[in-house]
Design a protein around this ligand. Structure first.
Ligand code: FAD
Ligand code: FES
Length: 431
C-alpha cells in the first residue's frame, strides 16, 4: 500500500481548524430554497412555501424532543413494540412504565438494562438505535449464538429474544456513554460499522437528518451475509434524501447468485483500500464499532495512513478477554504465569489470591460472591468503577481512561508487588 496515496486522502493529523472544515463540508448541498430559474412573485411563493415547510419541520422536531430529566438507579420500562429487523436482530421500543417524560440523549449513547434470568440478575448495555423520540427509546439486540461446541450461547440476548414481547417490562438505567457524535462539530465523519455495531450510527445518522445538518458523513457497514443487513433500504433512502450522507454496504459472504447492486455495494471487508477507493480527499473524524479484530485492524491501518489517534473514536461491544493475562507485559514476556496477588475488597470484607487464571478483577471478585456492578464488562460504561485505595493495576486491552485513584475491575488485572485494595461500596450504593 502506497502511504503517499493514503496521505493524500487523509492529510489531516487532526490539527486542522473546524472553520476550514466547515468551508469544505458546508454548502455543497445547501438547502434548495430558490430554483435558479425562479424570479419575482413566483420566487417569493417558493420561498414562502420553503419557509413554511422549515417552520413545520422545526415545530415537529420540537414536539418530538424528549423533555424528561436523567434518573438515578433503575426505572421500569415496558416493551411497546418489537420489530424483527434482520437475521437474529430485533428492535425493542421501550416506554417508561410510570408514564412520565424521558430524557433525551446524545447520538451514540446506550442504555443499561437489567433482567432476572434463572434467579440471577444480569445487566447488559445496548446502544440507542434511533435519534431521540418524544416518549420511546429504541434498542436493537442481536441474538448471540454459540460459536463452538461446548460454548454457551449469549445468556441475556437469547433470553430477550425468546421472552421479551409487547407488554413485558425491563429495568433500565438512564442513557450514558461517551461514544457520541458532537452535533456542534462540522468535521466530515466516517462511520465504520461491523454487524450489530451499526446501532450507534443509526442514531447518529438519523440525528443528522432530523436536524437538517449539512455535515458530510460516510457510513461503511459490513456484514457477513446480506440477510444480516439491518435497515438497508431505510439507509439507502436516507442517503437519497440527504446528499451529505453516503452509505456503502460491504458483504463478506454473499450468496453465489448475489452481485453488488441495489442491495449492497462491495464484496469483502472494510479496509483501508475501501476507504482510499471511495472517500473524497479531506479531513475526517473516524468512528468505529464492530468486532474487536475489525476495529484493531482498521485502527492500525488508519494510524499507518497518518490519521491521528485523536480522530479515531471506538466503541467496543465485546467482553474483553482478560483471563490468562499475566500480571504485567514485562512479566508475561519473562513467562511469569503463576504470580499470585492479594486483593482486598473493602466493602465486602473479603480477600482473595488473584492469579492470571482468574481473569479480570471483576471476574475474580464475582467468582468469590462479591457484589460488583457488571454491565458492559468492556470498559465502556464505567458502571463498575471502584476506588483503588492502594496497589497497582494494569489494563491488558489498553487504558480505558480511568481517573487516578479509581479502577475499572471489568478490564483490570493487578500488577505484581504490593496487595491491591479496592473499595467497591461506592459503586454498590449507586445501583
Ligand atoms: C456500550 C455497549 C453497547 C452495546 N450495544 C449493543 C447493541 O446495540 N446491540 C447488541 O446486540 N449488543 C450490544 N452490546 C453487547 C451487549 O451488551 C451484550 O454483550 C450482548 O448482547 C451479549 O450478551 P449475552 O448475555 O447474550 O452474552 P454473554 O452470555 O455475556 O456471552 C458473551 C459471549 O461469551 C460467550 N460465552 C459465554 N459463556 C462462556 C463460557 N463459559 N466460555 C466461553 N465463552 C462463553 C458467549 O458465547 C458470547 O459469545 C453492547 C455492549 C456495550 C458494552
Ligand atoms: S462494567 Fe462497564 S466499565 Fe466495567
Amino acid at each position: 500500500m502506497d502511504l503517499r496515496a493514503l496521505r493524500s486522502i487523509f492529510p489531516s493529523r487532526s490539527g486542522q481548524l473546524d472553520a476550514q472544515q466547515a468551508t469544505q463540508a458546508a454548502p455543497k448541498t445547501a438547502p434548495t430554497v430558490v430554483d435558479p430559474g425562479c424570479g419575482g412573485a413566483a420566487c417569493a411563493g417558493v420561498i414562502d412555501e420553503t419557509l413554511k415547510l422549515a417552520a413545520t419541520r422545526i415545530a415537529s422536531l420540537e414536539a418530538m424532543a424528549p423533555e424528561g430529566e436523567p434518573w438515578t438507579g433503575w426505572r421500569q420500562f415496558e416493551v411497546v413494540n418489537r420489530i424483527e429487523e434482520a437475521d437474529h436482530q430485533v428492535t425493542f421500543e421501550l416506554r417508561a412504565s410510570d408514564g412520565q417524560p424521558i430524557p433525551g440523549y446524545k447520538p451514540g449513547q446506550f442504555l443499561t438494562v437489567a433482567l432476572d434470568i434463572q434467579g440471577e440478575r444480569e445487566e447488559r448495555c445496548y446502544s440507542l438505535s434511533d435519534s431521540p423520540q418524544a416518549d420511546v427509546y429504541r434498542i436493537t439486540i442481536k441474538r448471540v449464538l454459540s460459536q463452538a461446541d461446548g460454548v454457551p450461547a449469549g445468556k441475556v440476548s437469547n433470553f430477550i429474544h425468546d421472552q421479551l414481547g409487547v407488554g413485558t417490562t425491563i429495568d433500565v438505567k438512564t442513557p450514558a456513554g461517551e461514544f457520541v457524535l458532537d452535533m456542534a462539530k462540522t468535521t466530515a465523519a466516517v462511520f465504520l460499522a461491523g454487524g450489530v455495531g451499526v446501532t450507534p450510527f443509526l442514531a447518529m445518522l438519523n440525528m443528522i437528518a432530523d436536524m437538517g445538518s449539512q455535515r458530510e458523513v460516510h457510513l461503511y457497514y459490513a456484514v457477513n451475509k446480506t440477510s444480516e443487513l439491518m435497515r438497508g433500504r431505510e439507509l439507502r433512502e436516507l442517503a437519497a434524501r440527504h446528499p451529505n450522507i453516503k452509505v456503502t454496504f460491504v458483504v463478506s459472504n454473499p450468496a453465489p447468485n448475489e452481485q453488488p447492486g441495489a442491495r449492497f455495494d462491495k464484496v469483502g471487508r472494510i479496509g483501508i483500500g475501501t476507504l482510499v477507493e471511495t472517500l473524497p480527499k479531506g479531513n475526517y473524524d473516524f468512528f468505529m464499532c464492530g468486532p474487536t479484530p475489525m476495529m484493531a485492524a482498521l485502527t492500525e491501518q488508519l494510524i499507518s495512513a497518518g490519521v491521528s489517534h485523536r480522530n479515531i473514536h471506538t466503541e467496543s461491544f465485546g467482553v474483553a478477554p482478560t483471563k490468562g493475562a499475566g500480571t504485567s507485559p514485562a512479566e508475561r514476556a519473562r513467562g511469569v504465569e503463576d504470580i499470585a496477588v492479594e486483593v482486598h475488597f473493602v466493602g465486602a470484607g473479603k480477600t482473595l489470591a488473584w492469579d492470571p487464571g482468574k481473569g479480570s478483577l471483576l471476574e475474580a471478585g464475582l467468582a468469590e460472591g462479591i457484589a460488583l456492578n457488571s454491565m458492559c464488562r468492556s470498559g465502556s460504561c464505567k458502571g463498575c468503577q471502584c476506588t483503588l485505595e492502594s496497589g497497582k493495576v494494569e489494563y491488558p486491552n489498553g487504558d480505558p481512561g480511568v481517573p487516578t485513584g479509581k479502577v475499572l475491575p471489568c478490564v483490570a488485572v493487578p500488577l505484581a508487588g504490593e496487595p491491591v485494595v479496592i473499595n467497591e461500596t461506592i459503586v454498590r450504593s449507586q445501583a
